[in-house]
Design a protein around this ligand. Structure first.
Ligand code: GLU
Length: 386
């Protein structure tokens, strides 16, 4: 597949930059989509899975300081086979059943593939609820770090059997971006059936600079057979990783040696450059992992104070409270037109902010009969969205 801009057309510094970004990556998340692992006639393509396992192991063998975390799809596709179904079911309970039947098999294939290199595989199943809870989030990070410190290969998947609706990540692209932030990765590689992001003429886009939105018009909404994500979720995941300071690549997962060639600086896939002013891991967790439980519509003065002054949101600036949330829950902060400008953790519950809105901080005790803080959302728990 021809690239939109060949490396020779890219400036030499961009090519060097690409090589440096990839070759120097120390903490890497490699996400493998269902389409990559699925054989043309159905079932898992063992040769592809073994090839990727070989490459993952080689990355850390060549560079012992490098830590690699795998996010592998394929449980549902394998479960379809295990339960003797003709096609991927639509019903949620059957999908959950497929995930349960297929996950054990998936991890066995990974274990066998890595055992050929005397490497142990560790299964890690996560739901969104696990990462939305800060204590569980920190514990998950510690467990993953302990695993790689012992040379194990963590193979992470969404716990699809118990994760539906609002506790679900929904797709492994999104999960992989959250994992990248969890382990503070400097590179996220999403291995896909596509060669990368393609433009209108079907030609690969090699590089997307920080904050570059010009490629958005190329994002098509179709997904590969058997998988849940698509280019929409991949680009969103790449941008989320970039906001946390990681590079992200969408690369052709069925191409033999794809990881080695990426790390050699070859012009493969679509590379999203990291944001030069990344958010802290915790700010990223607030902005990208948490899901808002309500919205605070604020006035112009409050908007200016949080945006430009980097100040807390005070109850006096809140005009409208939407949704029902508890103290500490994530909430969106929106302008009067409904545009969400920030996300943060509410100091007070929705019913309390409803009583406090428009009031000055000195009036809080009088209005509520108690005082938990001066602000509706404290600046330490508030993130301005891009
Ligand atoms: N977690 C799902 C599986 O293992 C895949 C989700 C996705 O395709 O993004 O089958």
């Amino acid at each position: 597949m021809k690239a939109r801009t060949s490396p020779s057309e890219l400036s030499s510094s961009a090519v060097e930059g690409r090589t440096a970004l990839l070759a120097n990556a120390r903490t890497v998340v490699v996400k493998i989509g269902t389409g990559v692992l699925t054989a043309p006639g159905g079932g898992i393509d063992r040769a592809v899975l073994n090839g990727i396992a070989d490459e993952v192991v080689a990355l850390t063998t060549r560079e012992p300081q490098r830590r690699v975390f795998v996010v592998s799809s394929g449980a549902i596709a394998l479960g379809v086979e295990q339960l003797g179904l003709d096609a991927r079911p639509k019903r949620m309970d059957m999908l959950q059943a497929c995930a349960a039947a297929g996950q054990g098999h998936l991890i066995r294939l990974w274990s066998e593939a890595c055992a050929r290199h005397q490497r142990v595989v560790a299964q890690v199943l996560l739901t969104h609820a696990d990462l939305a809870d800060r204590t569980r989030y920190i514990n998950a990070r510690a467990a993953l770090e302990a695993l790689v410190s012992r040379g194990a290969v963590p193979v992470i998947n969404e716990n699809d059997t118990v994760s539906v609706d609002e506790i679900a990540f929904g797709d492994n692209d999104s999960l992989s971006a959250q994992v990248a932030n969890l382990v503070k990765a400097d590179l996220l590689v999403m291995l896909s059936v596509a060669p990368g992001l393609l433009d209108d003429a079907g030609v690969r886009v090699p590089f997307v600079g920080p904050g570059d939105r010009s490629v958005d018009r190329f994002i098509r909404s179709d997904t590969s057979a058997g998988g849940k994500g698509g280019m929409v979720t991949k680009v969103r995941a790449a941008r989320a990783a970039a906001a946390a300071g990681a590079s992200a690549v969408i690369a052709p997962g069925r191409a033999p040696g794809v990881l080695a060639s990426l790390f050699a600086g070859d012009d493969v896939g679509t590379l999203f450059a990291p944001d030069p002013t990344p958010r802290s891991s915790r700010a990223h967790w607030i902005a990208h992992t948490l899901r808002p439980r309500g919205t605070l519509v604020v006035d112009e003065g409050a908007l200016k104070a949080i945006r430009e002054g980097k100040r807390s949101l005070l109850p006096s600036g809140v005009r409208v409270v939407r949704g029902t949330f508890r103290r500490g829950d994530p909430v969106d902060i929106a302008d009067s037109k409904g545009h969400v400008v920030a996300r943060g953790l509410a100091t007070y519950a929705s019913a309390e902010i409803e009583k406090l809105r428009g009031h000055h901080t000195q009036e809080i005790t009088e209005v509520l009969g108690y005082h938990l803080g001066d602000e509706a959302v404290h600046k330490d728990h508030l993130v301005i969205l891009g």
